[in-house]
Design a protein around this ligand. Sequence first.
Ligand SMILES: Nc1ncnc2c1ncn2[C@@H]1O[C@H](COP(=O)(O)OP(=O)(O)OP(=O)(O)O)[C@@H](O)[C@H]1O
Ligand SMILES: [Mg+2]
Length: 282
Amino acid sequence: MYEKFWGLKEKPFKNTPDPRFLCTFPQYRDALMKLNYVIRENLGAGLLTGVFGCGKTLLIRSLTRGLAAQKYRFANLVFPPSSGEEFLRSLVRALRPSELPSIKSELMEDALLEALEKVVTDNEREGRETVVIADEAHSITKNEIFERMRLLLNFQKDDRFLITLILVGQPELGPKVADLRQFDQRIAVKCHLAALSENETKEYIIHRLKVAGRFDEVFTDEVIAEIYQASGGIPRRINYTCDLCLMTGFARQQQKIDRAIFEESQTVFASAAAAESGTDEA
Ligand SMILES: Nc1ncnc2c1ncn2[C@@H]1O[C@H](COP(=O)(O)OP(=O)(O)OP(=O)(O)O)[C@@H](O)[C@H]1O
Ligand SMILES: [Mg+2]
């Protein structure tokens, strides 16, 4: 809508995990390096935690895109399963749906485990490593699911794990896993993403504008400081705030986002939030 006005090829602050926009600040580089290490060196399991909207899913997308497709088979599980059996089922479905056991059986879990073992061993024979990514893992409430995950790490040959497991979730996932000591011991690396600093927030905004095709400055330094305050340095919130600023600047046909535009955009934000929570009288 406002792209042409701002000289952009596309919207710079869309809330989608698009790896083209990744800013590799030290904490992202560090996490990418560690998770790459777990997968490439076949270390078993890794953990990535971070506050909501700080870029975990984006980082995982960037990680998997950077690994050769012919060498890895990924199972990306996003929705928390309701039971250990459901977890195994979604895993087989993600890796090779044709192996899902068709008959209902009291021994369904065994049948699913067998199917899984077959898929993983086939992958290995074909020279492909199986990598399971469980995103949103903080919402797993049942320990039996973590227990199934731990059992996956028992799929091994003499010298290697047949499955690499990457757990991803909000900060509460860390203590949840730490409480399950046997499982915790199997996690080879742990990484955490925090909110951005004020300087990083500025670099982040400039970087996303550049990727979207705009090289000239758009936001005054004063506004960037306000965006940092308003967003707490959380990328998803920064995106939301910047997008509203660009929209408001376009509506007012202003060439720069200054304090007045920022404040006006914040009232849009406040009324949208009020409408959402049902407190808007209008
Ligand atoms: N380092 C970064 N560089 C560029 N964009 C980023 C970065 N980190 C986060 N973002 C952007 O912020 C938004 C939220 O990121 P993402 O969905 O990956 O967060 P998340 O940590 O998975 O959140 P949740 O906990 O809610 O699942 C996305 O638009 C993403 O592109
Ligand atoms: Mg996410």
